[in-house]
Design a protein around this ligand. Structure first.
Ligand SMILES: Cc1cc2nc3c(=O)[nH]c(=O)nc-3n(C[C@H](O)[C@H](O)[C@H](O)COP(=O)(O)OP(=O)(O)OC[C@H]3O[C@@H](n4cnc5c(N)ncnc54)[C@H](O)[C@@H]3O)c2cc1C
Length: 490
């Protein structure tokens, strides 16, 4: 049996490994000259940058993938971070948030006047919510009746009063915390799947459990080590990769997939997994097929503008992950989702991998990944938006850090929503497919299988269970479960 995977993002490579482990002869077609999709890396002068993701939780999901079947032991190791993120506010407040319930509660009590016991209880509640929701919403397909008839579902239902399903994250957090700064910190987790905390249901507060209670990790060698390890595993499993090869169409006859078309030939196969953004999979690869319009027409997640700056100085005040908050947070999301433009005082995220990986920047220097959430492309003039943003970001960082950063930037590149769309084929440059801006958003993610065409599956962050590396890895595990059932593989 032959399988084709469209795209070598983390969800695509993880699907390929799993399909190969089931005995499928597996080919991955990737339009770019490199593997890993958004998890790729670039050297600019003497600086190395991870170009996409920087926050990494649940490394055990990568270990689990590397442990599938016997074979060469593939090395993958992580630093565990003591500080999840360093927060800077416009009034000069700096807060380095440690990891773990006790430490987080003590820090928020000392620095922001929160009640320590209340915070501990809250973090416990987030953990319980996460543990109740995970086996029901994250680890399995939501779209099979059988999944709804087991004890885990009843356990998850029993916790409904604690999720904050019917209020926004912001409403829940405002009630939970004394200090608006704490609310802003907890609200930020909505951006981890490209959504607005003023619209996302309180349920999504569970995202913070992974970062605050357990803590983020940083792969040794940078984020790109995730792609390197998973690619090596796929090669070890006999998966064949074809780079610079765009899939033009998915072929099917009546209701069964039978291959893919490249620009110059057709590749017959028994199974196709698309790791391409699900919206474009329908629009571009299945042009004759009517897609599930309710799902495909949901509001899209944010895009981003990233500046990659080689900075010829080292900053003690900064950590691996740093956030410089906007004073007008609600207005920032109004700009992102309604006005479709950038606010003059945006929240700025600065990631510096060279804090841990010294070889990522020359001695005494740092590699700054400076990211601002941006609206998806709807025809904005990105060149002028970027110039204005660059100047606003520099003003903000100079103001807070009391520096003249312009003079310290040694090398520089950037990426914007249009470039993002071209490079990764995400709908209008969106990073996570649909936003989670409604109560029903989890149910409006495309399933990991096609309800119309047999043998067609979907993995990656634009489908169930959602955005971020761990969820993309989970999507591939669900594809495996679906394939096992559909192809009667025990
Ligand atoms: C700037 C930025 C910051 C981010 N930060 C984080 C973070 O901190 N933590 C986190 O967990 N996540 C983060 N993300 C999201 C993260 O990138 C995703 O979680 C994950 O890497 C996406 O994986 P994926 O499998 O969905 O596919 P992608 O990485 O999107 O890969 C899809 C692949 O399919 C290929 N492809 C598409 N169409 C075709 C075709 N027709 N033929 C052949 N190939 C095709 C593309 O070239 C691409 O390689 C970030 C993303 C960006 C852009």
């Amino acid at each position: 049996m032959k399988a084709v995977v469209i795209g070598s993002g983390i969800g695509g490579m993880a699907s390929a490994i799993r399909l190969a482990s089931l005995g499928f002869e597996t080919d991955v077609f990737e339009q770019n000259p490199f593997y890993g999709g958004k998890i790729n890396s670039k050297k600019i002068g003497s600086y190395r940058f991870d170009r996409g993701p920087s926050v990494f939780t649940e490394p055990h999901l990568v270990d689990e993938l590397l442990d599938i079947s016997k074979g060469t032991k593939i090395h993958f190791d992580c630093h565990k971070l003591d500080v999840s993120c360093c927060y800077f506010f416009e009034d000069g407040k700096r807060l380095a948030l440690p990891v773990g319930k006790e430490a987080v509660a003590a820090c928020l009590s000392k620095e922001l006047g929160e009640d320590q016991d209340h915070i501990k209880k809250l973090l416990n509640r987030l953990e319980l919510n996460y543990k109740a929701v995970s086996p029901v919403f994250i680890k399995v397909s939501l779209h099979r009746l059988k999944q709804w008839l087991n004890i885990n579902v009843f356990k998850a239902i029993a916790r409904i009063p604690f999720y904050g399903l019917f209020s926004s994250m912001n409403t829940v957090n405002r009630k939970n915390f004394e200090n608006p700064k704490t609310t802003q910190i907890f609200n930020r987790f909505a951006t981890y799947n490209g959504s607005s905390p003023f619209k996302s249901p309180g349920m999504f507060n569970i995202i913070s459990h992974l970062e605050l209670n357990i803590g983020p990790y940083m792969p040794k060698g940078g984020m790109v080590s995730i792609s390197d390890a998973v690619y090596q595993k796929a090669i070890d499993m006999g998966v064949r990769f074809h780079f610079n090869t765009r899939v033009a169409q998915i072929l099917y006859s009546s209701d069964r997939v039978n291959g893919v078309a490249l620009s110059n030939k057709e590749i017959p196969c028994d199974l196709v997994t698309s790791n391409m953004d699900v919206h474009y999979t329908y629009e571009k690869l299945l042009p004759g097929l009517k897609g599930p319009s309710k799902i495909l027409n949901q509001e899209k997640s944010t895009s981003a503008i990233v500046f990659y700056w080689g900075i010829k100085k080292s900053f003690e005040k900064l950590d691996v992950h740093n956030i410089f908050f906007s004073k007008a947070y609600e207005s920032e999301f109004d700009h992102l989702f309604n006005k479709k433009t950038l606010i003059d005082d945006p929240t700025v995220y600065v990631h510096i991998s060279s804090k841990l990986e010294r070889s990522d920047a020359p001695e005494g220097c740092e590699n700054w990944f400076v990211m601002v959430n941006a609206p998806i492309d709807s025809g904005q003039d990105w060149e002028s938006q970027k110039q204005k943003l660059r100047s606003n970001v520099l003003k903000k960082l100079n103001r807070i850090l009391k520096e003249d950063l312009e003079t310290l930037i040694e090398v520089e590149e950037n990426i914007d929503p249009i470039m993002m769309e071209r490079m990764y084929s995400g709908k209008n440059g969106s990073i996570y497919g649909n936003a989670s801006n409604t109560m029903m958003s989890s149910f409006y993610r495309h399933p990991n299988f096609s309800p119309i065409i047999k043998g067609l599956y979907f993995s990656g962050v634009t489908v169930h269970p959602g955005g971020g590396i761990p969820l993309a890895l989970n999507s591939a595990a669900i594809v495996e479960k679906c394939v096992r059932r559909d192809f009667s593989i025990s």
